[in-house]
Design a protein around this ligand. Structure first.
Ligand code: KG4
Ligand code: ZN
Length: 359
């Protein structure tokens, strides 16, 4: 079976062809970094317009790599949640058009779950059961992963996501966009112990939540001009930028590793999956490897090329196909972010405007 997968949840336009043995036959990603760079963040309207221009050439590119024609496809899958409304609509419209024109089954992909399925693609069935940690631009969430279709919410950020914090601090330090790779580069020259920034809730094993807004504020005050309201940054020498980047990165990594450990001990599971753009970070990967070395924990970290947004990870849809979970043409987008619902110990969707604690 050959599955065509489309991914347009945020600012990457991606398509992949994967077969039911999870072999990647073709994969293409068009990044929009250069379009959003000067705004130091994703501008939703620019993202959706770029998806419209790019989706057909990207599908074409994935099919060419796979040396397959449209007639060789058996199903089409699309990430329809979570994400930016306008962006999600482009992928969904393209997927529905193909499903109708080619008379193919339509499958839905949850983008956050797909980030963890990247580990299943790379490492096989041994990845379940496990705790899954998703660290991306919009999400920092922990799941109990009993199987590819059984992800139970354990906790997540109550304000910014880890990737979002990287992007905002990079912007504050005058580093490039996207912020994660820029901070990682600067941090290599810095001292992670130069500043002691806060690590929220790390000593509270009863909370599987994250918070990065206090950390962001702490960095902001560190670089503010003394005696001002805290919003005026002073010109920063290179070595101070490197120390700030390294100390900030260490605080984020400490919080992520501490909460992953708490989730493992809370659930009694011994396997940890990690996916999402921030999982590409070398310092985080190093610390997760140490965790696996020191304790009876197995860690499966998505390979770097499957960490940042891509369509290959959407092969989780094959599991839905096998389970008979085919969508009707009424399938809609579910935009926004997945955030915890403490009362129900489950997740709920909230509109992006309420989901992010702004500056
Ligand atoms: O998973 P992803 O590509 O998109 C979302 O689903 O949000 O994640 C993008 C995020 C961005 O915030 C980016 O700054 C961050 O991942 N990121 C990194 C690194 N590479 C990407 N953060 C830290 N270190 C990196 N090397
Ligand atoms: Zn993502």
């Amino acid at each position: 079976m050959n599955l065509l997968i489309l991914e347009t949840t945020c600012d990457e336009t991606a398509a992949a062809v994967v077969n039911d043995r999870l072999e990647v036959l073709g994969a293409a990603v068009a990044s929009q970094d250069t379009l959003h760079e000067r705004f130091r963040g994703v501008v939703p309207e620019i993202a959706s317009r770029a998806h419209v221009e790019r989706i057909v050439p990207i599908i074409d590119s994935a099919l060419r790599q796979a040396r397959l024609s449209l007639a060789a496809l058996d199903a089409v899958a699309v990430a329809n949640t979570p994400g930016l409304a306008g962006s999600l609509l482009v992928g969904l419209a393209a997927a529905k058009s193909l499903a109708v024109a080619l008379d193919l089954p339509l499958l839905a992909v949850n983008h956050v779950h797909a980030h963890l399925f990247a580990c299943r693609i790379a490492f096989g069935e041994a990845v379940f059961p496990s705790v899954g940690l998703v660290v991306s631009g919009g999400h920092t969430s922990l799941f109990r992963c009993l199987g590819p279709l059984d992800f139970q919410w354990l906790g997540g950020t109550i304000d910014d996501a880890a990737g979002e914090a990287f992007d905002k601090i990079a912007s504050l330090l005058g580093l490039g966009y996207p912020g994660g790779p820029a901070i990682e580069r600067a941090a290599k020259r810095g001292d992670p112990r130069a500043y002691r920034f806060p690590r929220s809730f790390v000593n509270d094993a009863t909370r599987l939540d994250f918070s990065f807004s206090g950390l962001k504020t702490a960095v902001r005050y560190q670089i503010a001009v003394t005696g001002t309201a805290g919003v005026v940054a002073r010109p920063l020498p290179e070595d101070e930028i490197a120390d700030l980047a390294a100390s900030f990165q260490e605080a984020v990594v400490d919080a992520l590793v501490a909460k992953a450990r708490h989730a493992l001990s809370r659930t009694g599971l011994q396997t940890l999956l990690v996916g999402g753009g921030v999982a590409a970070n070398s310092r985080l990967r190093e610390r997760l490897d140490e965790l696996a070395g020191n304790e009876s924990v197995r860690t499966f970290i998505a390979p770097r090329e499957l960490c940042t947004d891509n369509a290959v990870m959407g092969a989780i849809a094959i599991e839905r196909y096998k389970a008979g979970l085919i969508e009707s043409l009424d399938l809609d987008i579910k935009p926004g972010l997945m955030r915890g619902n403490p009362k129900a110990s489950s997740s709920e969707f909230i509109p992006a405007s309420r989901a992010t604690v702004s500056e």
